[in-house]
Design a protein around this ligand. Structure first.
Ligand code: ADP
Length: 259
């Protein structure tokens, strides 16, 4: 448990929604592009509620066995070892399934009974059903743009969650986040945000993902620690966005003009 609260700037009444979801034992889905503060928000809320947070980054290799638990051999004996999901359910932690749409179908099946009034987990290998602790809460994140239709969340799964949308903050708020996160000067923060906005509006570039607050924070960190501004933005913002030579050059030129 972190002692000092992680910095989080509220943008759309999400703190109240989270509190109410927790009190009403409702699972919560955070939708939005990468780098828009979803994970930071969960860390912040865990701190606010005094809860431990167990994060699972979902990917196609993660199976329900990894989450629920498995038998292991210990000094010639077979013993059962709870997985992170089972631990969270038993101890009443906040379980954060990051990028839930990446999870294999067996994981989605395993969490179904935790997302409705039953709030229970069936452990097939033990043939046992456990009731979730009073304080157990399930939070999942999902990036609708990134999946581009091939890894969607099924409506039957989505409708088990209440949902909050995350997006890039307005310029004033985003500049404030950069200053708070990195100690950069307000004027430089403003310029970084303007560059971010400009690139976000260049939809004709066809970037798979555009400039996130995370990338701007990274650029601000480099600038704050003494790297030249233009270089900082090129390595923290431009290069991670694209491998296309022409697009990279066009973005670098744009940065050169704006900084
Ligand atoms: P996501 O989980 O949506 O991919 P993160 O929570 O990891 O994004 O956010 C990336 C970074 O952006 C954070 O580490 C933080 O520096 C910054 N950030 C984005 N939004 C906020 C916010 N509202 N308050 C504070 N920091 C933020």
């Amino acid at each position: 448990m972190v002692l000092t609260a992680p910095y989080y700037k509220e943008t759309h009444k999400e703190v109240d929604v989270f509190r109410q979801a927790f009190q009403n034992k409702l699972p919560l889905l955070l939708k939005g592009p990468t780098g828009t503060g979803k994970s930071r928000f969960v860390e912040y809320m865990a701190h606010e509620l005094g809860k431990r947070i167990i994060t699972i980054s979902c990917h196609e290799e993660t199976s329900s066995t990894d989450l629920i638990g498995r038998f292991i051999i210990k000094r010639s004996e077979t013993v059962w070892l709870d997985g992170p999901l089972t631990r969270a359910v038993k101890e009443g932690a906040l379980l954060y399934l990051d990028e839930v749409a990446e999870a294999r179908p067996d994981i989605i099946v395993a969490i179904h009974s935790l997302t409705d009034h039953r709030r229970e987990l069936f452990i097939d290998k033990l043939d046992e059903t456990i009731k979730a602790h009073e304080d157990f809460m399930l939070v999942a994140s999902f990036n609708p743009g990134y999946q581009r239709g091939f890894k969607e969340l099924k409506p039957s799964t989505r409708q088990r969650f209440i949902a909050l949308s995350f997006d890039y903050p307005d310029p004033k708020t985003e500049a404030e986040i950069l200053v708070n996160e990195t100690g950069i000067e307000a004027e430089t923060a403003k310029k970084l945000v303007a560059i971010g906005q400009k690139i976000r509006n260049l939809t004709e570039l066809g970037l798979a993902e555009t400039v996130s607050t995370r990338l701007l924070v990274d650029a601000a960190k480099l600038i704050h620690s003494g790297l030249p501004k233009r270089l900082s933005i090129n390595v923290a913002v431009v290069e991670p966005l694209t491998d296309d030579v022409q697009t990279t050059q066009a973005l670098k030129d744009l940065v050169g003009l704006m900084i």
